[in-house]
Design a protein around this ligand. Structure first.
Ligand code: TYD
Ligand code: ZN
Length: 423
């Protein structure tokens, strides 16, 4: 059996080994390693979160790579059916349909297709779809809702097989999974094996520039192996005969980019967005070491500030709970060294997490219905990427005097808007 953790020695994009050591966030258990209170281990295995940057292609990565089947074969992350995410998935359909000129009957392949919500939207407008997702539990849900899904890791073999069975794909889509992939070359070999000559590869990843500028340190955990800029993706795609023809920025997951790439020789013209973002990245210093080192310094400062604020509130007898138990939330709590004494519970809509304890901190996770009975004085907004949606639906909590702490870019407290005085 292979070791669970491997050290990234050479860059997964360019193969060089000239690394900038940016920072370490210490050793923590896996962010989605929720625990069953009836079967608690004495100790949870913990792995370092050390951030490095390739001085050649500027890939930002974590040094310790956990074996993918440990992370992704049984996965508790289910695509959110929040209003924001549903609207985004519809936008993705529009963007891809227009750019790839998708017609009914044409094939769309999605890797990391989760429970099939995104592909179902393509199916609704007449496309044939194939999803590929290694999480057997999720692939089963997708198949049950009629979205054909292979419970496998996508790679060269899968790309060739789908091509042989279903023909060319006009679109190969990978949403919020590309940053989880170690052997990106095998995945792009799979994508180019099935892609039509005039087809598009569309990859959505959290945007490195947003991560650095908004101090999103909590999005750095073992599932996220890579943190991409357009610069690095252009470098990667070029190695597979693909060129970036367009980029959209999207507000999901704290700021993401959807990068559209076509075959070198195809007729797709490059849109101005590509050069605009490449120069923005240069202006922001992503090609120098300083931008990463300054981020690390800010991140550690914000970690201290969040920890101090919550410990102070708890010390004064006020109750604090977590809103959401996303992977970034379990990560934030661990980096800030907050446990059940300071954060009583986390409320989350994902039923797979209910009744479980958060990894490392062992804070209990409850359903929103259970949480409603014991509302805290403060909710630490761990799912900060849904801040607008959550704050607007939690107006009652605010009106009753409840407060939110939004942890990043700097911790700040949100209270109810003062009621205007009646004249
Ligand atoms: P997400 O930000 O997608 O997760 P990750 O950091 O793991 O990539 O997940 C948001 C989490 O927040 C998810 O576990 C569901 C939860 N959530 C709520 O509990 N209430 C809400 O209103 C919303 C929008 C999300
Ligand atoms: Zn590199």
């Amino acid at each position: 059996m292979q070791d669970i953790v491997r050290r990234l020695d050479t860059c997964r994009v360019c193969g060089r080994d000239d690394w900038l050591e940016v920072t370490s966030f210490g050793s923590v258990p896996l962010a989605n390693g929720f625990l069953d209170p009836a079967d608690l281990p004495a100790e949870e295995p913990a792995y370092p979160v050390d951030v490095i940057v390739c001085r050649n292609c500027r890939l930002m990565a974590i040094r310790h790579v956990i074996r993918p089947d440990v992370l992704f074969r049984h996965y508790v992350y289910v695509t959110s059916e929040s209003d924001q995410m549903t609207a985004h998935m519809r936008r993705i359909v529009g963007w891809c349909t227009r750019r790839a000129g998708l017609a009914p009957g044409e094939l769309v392949v999605e890797l990391g297709s989760n429970v099939g919500l995104q592909l179902a939207l393509f199916q609704e407008q007449g496309q044939r779809v194939v999803g590929v997702d290694p999480a057997e539990n999720l692939a089963e849900i997708a198949n049950a809702r009629g979205v054909r899904t292979l419970p496998e890791f996508f790679g060269a073999d899968q790309g060739r097989r789908i091509h042989a069975e279903q023909g060319e794909a006009k679109l190969v889509l990978g949403r919020q999974c590309f940053a989880h992939i170690d052997d990106v070359h095998n995945v792009l070999d799979g994508a180019t094996a099935v892609l039509a000559p005039d087809g598009l590869v569309a990859i959505e990843v959290p945007y490195l520039l947003d991560l650095l500028e908004e101090n999103q340190f909590d999005t750095i955990y073992h599932e996220h192996l890579s943190y991409y800029s357009v610069t690095t993706l252009a470098h990667l795609f070029a190695r597979h005969g693909l060129r970036i023809v367009d980029v959209e920025r999207a507000a999901v997951h704290g700021g993401s980019i959807v990068v559209f790439a076509a075959r070198e020789g195809s007729a797709h013209p490059a849109r101005p967005s590509v050069n605009r973002l490449l120069s923005l990245e240069r202006q922001s210093g992503l090609d120098s070491d300083d931008a990463y080192l300054a981020f690390a310094e800010r991140a550690h400062q914000v970690i201290r500030q969040i920890g101090d604020l919550v410990r102070d509130l708890a010390g004064r007898g006020l109750t604090v709970a977590g809103y959401g138990a996303p992977s970034k939330g379990t990560t934030l709590l661990q980096f800030c060294e907050l446990g059940p004494a300071e954060v009583r519970f986390c409320s989350d809509t994902t039923s797979l997490k209910h009744g479980r304890l958060l990894p490392g901190t062992r804070i209990p996770c409850r359903s929103p219905e259970q949480a409603r009975d014991q509302q805290p004085d403060y909710y630490l907004l761990l799912a900060w990427n849904y801040a607008d949606e959550i704050i607007s639906k939690e107006q009652d909590f605010l009106r009753r005097g409840g407060k939110f702490i939004i942890p990043i870019p700097q911790p700040r407290v949100v209270t109810a808007e003062p009621v205007p005085a009646v004249a």
